[in-house]
Ligand binder design. Structure first.
Ligand SMILES: NC(=O)c1ccc[n+]([C@@H]2O[C@H](COP(=O)([O-])OP(=O)(O)OC[C@H]3O[C@@H](n4cnc5c(N)ncnc54)[C@H](O)[C@@H]3O)[C@@H](O)[C@H]2O)c1
Ligand SMILES: C[C@@H](O)[C@H](N)C(=O)O
Length: 387
């Protein structure tokens, strides 16, 4: 190894002072550059931003013409909802115009069904690079830790759900993106009216998930009013899907019951039989997301809407399933964390504003949901049996 020359105390000043002088000049130059750069670049340094967008500003931020297709990035796309949304959006906008991203390795069918890219939402520079290199115009921000998983890892949930959201908001504002961030029934708490829960009321959730979602709603709306960010947000109920599994929420039982019923004819529910929660079939949820993203800006009187389809209890869901599978046995072993969360959430969700403003309408009630889920598994079972 090469020997390093020894630097004595007296030599330090001679070496360091020129460096400090150079750094000072560079800092002054950087400040001058920042003052003349386009406003959007300065979003991260708000004090330099002269941007003032009035609340009646038109929604100018989307940089594609109405006849062009949007170029969409979905974050956290390998969870329960992302793959289905990519499928729907690709059908509408073309396969290569929708990029799925996540920090997990995609299964081969997903990898081969359209563009997939690694993206950690905590890595701001990487996010910016993806948005710039792919000329993204719409961002659907699905990455999150859900309610039950979040309570088991508060520090990570805070980081992904709050710090990650800050990165997304800044990227979206800087690059004039239309931004969709889902919120949830979990953004309400025990002091909210629960039956039904309107769009505007007290929101004091008791989970880190709920707190982070209220924060997302407020920050998105603030960026909309302050910087003209085209922020759109739907509060989803618990989502039920057949071909994707939930990621650790309080409403997961309503998906698991189908899998267990078909596999073993038995289901042990982790919520009490009379726990009523708002729920929705995935196709309705994904269609609502596309519809609100495509809604003309002047139809949106709000930027965060409740959407709903049905409300049921574990007992009611079991009874509906038992109409088709009378042999199904359901028992209860209550998970205290999930039960406390569910008891603080809406029982029924008032989505009249979404219906009035942009024509929201669900297709699936409880009987259609159960039938559709069973049809899906019936087809799967026959296909597996045939192989
Ligand atoms: N599924 C529901 O019932 C439901 C209901 C209401 C709202 N939502 C919201 O919809 C969105 C999608 O929900 P979901 O059910 O698909 O969630 P999910 O838990 O199934 O998936 C979340 C994804 O985020 C990814 N992720 C975690 N950390 C990340 C990081 N640092 N960078 C990038 N990705 C990261 C995970 O790998 C995972 O694939 C979430 O924001 C959720 O809060 C879902
Ligand atoms: C309701 C929703 O946000 C999610 N399925 C959860 O239970 O955490």
């Amino acid at each position: 190894m090469q020997e390093q020359p020894e630097i004595t105390g007296g030599d330090w000043r001679g070496i360091i002072m020129p460096i400090i002088r150079t750094l000072g000049t560079v800092a002054q130059q950087a400040q001058r550059v920042q003052q003349v750069l386009p406003v959007t670049v300065a979003i991260r340094n708000i004090s330099f931003s002269p941007r003032q967008v009035t609340s009646d500003a038109s929604f100018h931020s989307v940089s594609f013409s109405e006849t062009d297709h949007p170029k969409v990035l979905i974050t956290g796309g390998l969870g329960q909802l992302g793959v289905g949304l990519a499928k729907l959006l690709r059908k509408r906008f073309g396969k290569n115009n929708v990029i799925l991203s996540d920090i997990r390795k995609p299964p081969s069918n997903v990898f081969h069904s359209g563009p997939f890219i690694y993206s950690d939402i905590l890595d701001y520079k990487n996010l910016r690079e993806i948005v710039v290199n792919n000329r993204i115009t719409w961002l659907v921000h699905y990455s999150a830790l859900l309610s039950a998983v979040g309570e088991a890892n508060v520090a990570l949930a805070r980081s992904v759900n709050i710090t990650g959201l800050h990165n997304i908001l800044d990227i979206a504002a800087e690059h004039g993106l239309r931004l969709f961030v889902p919120s949830t029934i979990g953004a309400f708490g025990p002091t909210s009216p629960r039956n039904p829960t309107p769009d505007l009321c007290v929101q004091r959730p008791r989970t880190i998930y709920g707190v982070s979602k209220v924060h997302a709603e407020l920050m998105g709306e603030y960026y909309h009013h302050r910087y003209g960010l085209d922020f759109r947000c739907l509060r989803y109920p618990g989502i039920i899907s057949a071909d994707s599994m939930p990621g650790g929420g309080t409403t997961d039982y309503a998906v698991q019951i189908f899998h267990d019923a078909i596999k073993s004819g038995k289901f042990e529910c982790n919520l009490k039989p009379d726990t009523r929660l708002p729920m929705m079939y995935i196709d309705d949820c994904l269609r609502a997301t596309l519809e609100v993203m495509e809604a003309p800006a002047d139809t949106l009187t709000m930027r965060t809407y409740n959407i709903n389809a049905m409300s049921f209890t574990p007992e009611e869901l079991s009874q509906e399933l038992q109409k088709q599978m009378p042999e199904l046995e359901v028992t209860y072993d209550v998970d205290l964390v999930r039960q406390a969360i569910a008891d603080s959430w809406p029982m029924d969700f008032d989505d009249s504003n979404a219906r009035k403003d942009w024509g929201w309408k669900h297709d699936y009630d409880l009987p259609e949901l159960v039938q559709t889920m069973l049809n899906y598994f019936g087809v799967e079972t026959r296909m597996v049996g045939a192989n």
